[in-house]
Design a protein around this ligand. Structure first.
Ligand SMILES: Cc1cc2nc3c(=O)[nH]c(=O)nc-3n(C[C@H](O)[C@H](O)[C@H](O)COP(=O)(O)OP(=O)(O)OC[C@H]3O[C@@H](n4cnc5c(N)ncnc54)[C@H](O)[C@@H]3O)c2cc1C
Length: 447
């Protein structure tokens, strides 16, 4: 079999984070890769209509940063040179949870604090410069084409300012986010759609950018205050961005929402369980308007359960699973999925059937952020969805575990592995961690 023959052209739909990293990976395995984006893309950091969430705080977890640096060798040095902060997550991030802040330790894990539009622009520039990649903006994908028996994808139909036409491809990768074109196509082609898991939270984010001057916050680089249900149901984040700016994002659960006006925004920040963020915020000068974003529900599509599916079609990123962004795992999860695809393609098998091992492996790694995000969301009485047995008990334990992170480096280290998607949530129940959490729970918290 001529393997090259089925690796002539790959099409990726949606040039947001998942589409860019997928394109980078595919460029190593296909003669040509075309990335199609509905919006107009300009050569600058920007938020487009198709990805309004990029106006809100985005931290890149250490494992996500590692993957990006593997595929884009000079990314780290550029980010640092351009004013992003890359620092040990446990020293950099002052995270308030369960009544106190994480202890500040050297964890050996580097977080990237940088504006999401800027990070994406840096990645996009690097993807665009690849000799076998072309990015086509203002191009809407309207149809998936298949062989007459609908078993094998052959390409897509597109609409653009110049008209409409068809593109043929050996592999089509759908990275169109939560709206996921694949779902519509499966229905149209007569395939069963993946079953969905949904955990409704109705979280509203309100974010605004401010000027950042020296000395405004010296304890670390960023502040994150997460809810402690049932007493505190609000979130606040103050993260540094490139070009001497802060982004402040405030969020409420169950329909609660921070206002966009100065006074209301500050009052919401003042209601958080720690005054640290508010104390910085009151002296900040805004650089633009505040924007809101509603995140209705954690949503997971169980592609790994499908027995029948069109050959030559894949989907990854938020289109498979999008979780409440409290733990900042979306970009890292998409990067890990792209890495799984890389490994599967490197085996040299026919691309038509890559969906089978890909969805299986991707599903396994998605279990971690899904369990963490939805487990925590079930601690809110307003959350709706099918709650796994034992969740309440685990949440009570997690509350004790979070208290332990205030002054126990080992417990914080165990939690960081889960946060960083490198260990499954049950790993924090191992006897050595469990014992520490139990002993710590008998002592009063230090901060
Ligand atoms: C408020 C908020 C905060 C977040 N914070 C973090 C964080 O701190 N850290 C983190 O890692 N993640 C975070 N995330 C998650 C992160 O934004 C996503 O996981 C990430 O952007 C991956 O999304 P995606 O590329 O799969 O899809 P999207 O970003 O939704 O992009 C889909 C793309 O497809 C395009 N498209 C759609 N239809 C078509 C079509 N027919 N033809 C062509 N193009 C099309 C759209 O225009 C868009 O560009 C956050 C999310 C939210 C909502």
């Amino acid at each position: 079999m001529n393997l090259k023959k089925n690796r002539e052209h790959a099409i990726v739909i949606g040039a947001s984070f998942a589409g860019l990293i997928a394109t980078r990976v595919l460029s190593d395995h296909f003669e040509k890769v075309t990335l199609l984006e509905r919006d107009e893309i300009n050569d600058q950091p920007e938020t487009r209509n198709g990805q309004p969430q990029t106006r809100h705080v985005h931290g890149l977890l250490p494992s996500g940063l590692d993957i990006l640096c593997h595929y884009f060798k000079d990314l780290k040095s550029t980010l640092e040179a351009e004013g992003a902060i890359l620092n040990d997550i446990a020293r950099s991030l002052r995270w308030h949870t369960s009544g106190g802040y994480w202890g500040q330790y050297d964890s050996g894990l580097t977080i990237a604090l940088v504006g999401r539009p800027f990070l994406e622009w840096q990645i996009r520039k690097r993807v665009k410069s690849l000799s076998n990649v072309s990015i086509q903006d203002k191009t809407k994908v309207v149809k998936l084409n298949t062989t007459s028996d609908q078993s094998q994808v052959t390409g897509v139909d597109i609409e653009h300012p110049g008209g409409s036409n068809s593109l043929s491809a050996n592999l089509v990768v759908d990275t169109t986010g939560r709206s996921a074109l694949t779902l519509r196509w499966l229905e149209e082609l007569g395939y069963k759609k993946p079953s969905e898991k949904k955990v409704t939270v109705d979280v509203n984010y309100t974010s605004r950018i401010f000027k950042r001057n020296e000395g405004q916050f010296n304890e670390g680089d960023a502040i994150l205050i997460t809810p402690d249900p049932p007493n505190h149901l609000r979130l606040g984040a103050l993260f540094p961005m490139e070009n001497n700016r802060w982004i402040v994002s405030l969020a409420g659960w169950g329909g609660d929402k921070a206002p966009t006006d100065d006074e209301g925004f500050r009052a919401f920040a003042k209601s958080l369980p720690s005054s640290k963020l508010y104390d910085v915020l009151v002296n900040l000068e805004p650089l633009g308007d505040a924007y809101t974003y509603r995140f209705p529900a954690n949503l997971r599509r169980m592609y790994e359960e499908l027995k029948s599916y069109p050959d030559g079609l894949l989907t990854l990123g938020d289109s498979i699973c999008s979780f409440n962004p409290v733990y900042g795992q979306g970009m890292t999860s998409a990067s890990m999925q792209a890495q799984v695809l890389d490994k599967e393609l490197a085996k040299g098998n026919h691309v038509a059937k890559v969906w089978q091992p890909f969805f299986k492996q991707a599903g396994k790694l998605i279990n971690i952020p899904w369990d963490l995000a939805t487990g925590a969301d079930f601690a809110f009485s307003s959350t709706e969805g099918s709650k796994p047995v034992g969740t309440d008990m685990i949440n009570r334990y997690m509350n004790h575990l979070q208290r332990s992170t205030h002054n126990d480096k080992k417990v914080l280290g165990a939690f960081l592995k889960v946060l960083n998607l490198t260990a499954a949530p049950p790993s924090v129940l191992k006897p050595n961690i469990l014992m520490r959490v139990l002993l710590n729970s008998l002592r009063p918290s230090k901060n």
